[in-house]
Write a protein that binds this ligand. Structure first.
Ligand code: BMA
Length: 312
């Protein structure tokens, strides 16, 4: 088929809406994803009616039909160190599973800007905050679920007024202290991601490299359009980018992606690789609902390598 989409949308999207949540929320979107004890976990962001966000959990046996837990999983902290930076809410969690610990990176909003918090859980019932791992202003941190010569690596997205917001990579000996940061992927002028880009799902290890599903934004007369793209990072040195696909892989199309809390948005914080070579990509539609689609990992890797554009 000439125009076969790379990401096949699930025919029963959206898979999770505010009507599925047993506590009062206005949206369900931007969920981190992982598997735990054979179950699929979505850790999603929800707006409350005051416009601030909290984080909830939904579980599934098949990756499509999800049931939300009775209570929120993370609300702004009351522990002094975190409370001051979570005053305006917690947003956009990503999950990085290392051994039997699941690390959560989330945006912490306050009058001092947006920082990234690191929390962890072993059971998706109890959560422990570890540290704030960035200064303001930083969003969209995803940690690689592996070490590289004993060091952890993450993709991050600092805000800058000088150049378009781009994806950096930083290193850490302990997941708490980060440095040696280098820019790795920049937006391209008059390209679908020209305004800004940021890491999306936790990177997926493939035979040819780490697959990075990221978001890119294009400014229009009708506001910004959020789409998803892919890049491939070297297995041994993820700061080395092997290819950034020139084409996007997903663009807002369905009614619940085109209109909602923020229109024209598909935004991913999580994807789950399956043993059959496919990946379930989860994304928020219009900052309002959760959707899922399936892609073949090799197709996404090929797109990075066969039709690349310069990373920087
Ligand atoms: C980004 C973040 C995301 C959101 C997106 C579209 O800056 O706030 O959480 O999905 O904008 O509104």
């Amino acid at each position: 088929m000439i125009n076969k989409p790379l990401v096949m949308r699930y025919e029963r999207n959206p898979i999770l809406t505010k009507h599925d949540i047993p506590y009062p929320v206005e949206t369900v979107h931007n969920a981190g994803a992982t598997k735990f004890n054979g179950e699929y976990i979505l850790m999603f962001r929800s707006h409350l009616r005051n416009g601030r966000s909290i984080i909830g959990i939904a579980r599934s046996n098949d990756g499509y039909g999800f049931h939300a837990d009775p209570k929120p999983f993370m609300e702004p902290s009351d522990e002094t160190e975190f409370a001051v930076h979570e005053e305006y809410g917690v947003e956009d969690p990503r999950i990085c599973t290392i051994g039997d610990e699941h690390f959560i990176t989330y945006s912490a909003y306050s009058r001092f800007g947006v920082r990234i918090g690191l929390a962890k859980t072993r059971d998706f019932e109890n959560v422990e905050r570890v540290s704030l791992i960035s200064q303001a202003d930083m969003r969209n941190i995803v940690i690689f679920p592996d070490t590289f010569n004993g060091r952890y690596a993450r993709l991050d997205r600092p805000h800058s007024e000088i150049n378009p917001w781009c994806i950096w990579l930083s290193w850490s000996p302990d997941l708490v202290h980060w440095g040696n940061s280098v820019p790795v992927i920049q937006p391209v002028t008059y390209h679908w991601d020209e305004m800004k880009i940021g890491p999306g799902a936790t990177p997926i290890k493939t035979a040819k490299g780490w697959l990075n599903i990221y978001h890119g934004v294009f400014p229009t007369m009708d506001g910004s359009v959020y789409r998803l793209g892919v890049a491939l990072h070297d297995l041994e040195d993820p700061a080395k980018v092997l290819g950034v696909a020139d084409d996007w892989i997903l663009s807002p199309e369905d009614p619940w992606e085109l209109t909602g809390y923020v229109h024209n948005v598909v935004f991913s914080c999580g994807a789950i690789a399956e043993d059959d070579g496919t990946v379930k990509i989860y994304w928020g539609g219009a900052d309002t609902v959760m959707c899922v689609g399936v892609a073949t990992i090799n197709d996404l890797v090929d797109l990075c390598l066969k039709k690349p554009r310069p990373p920087l």
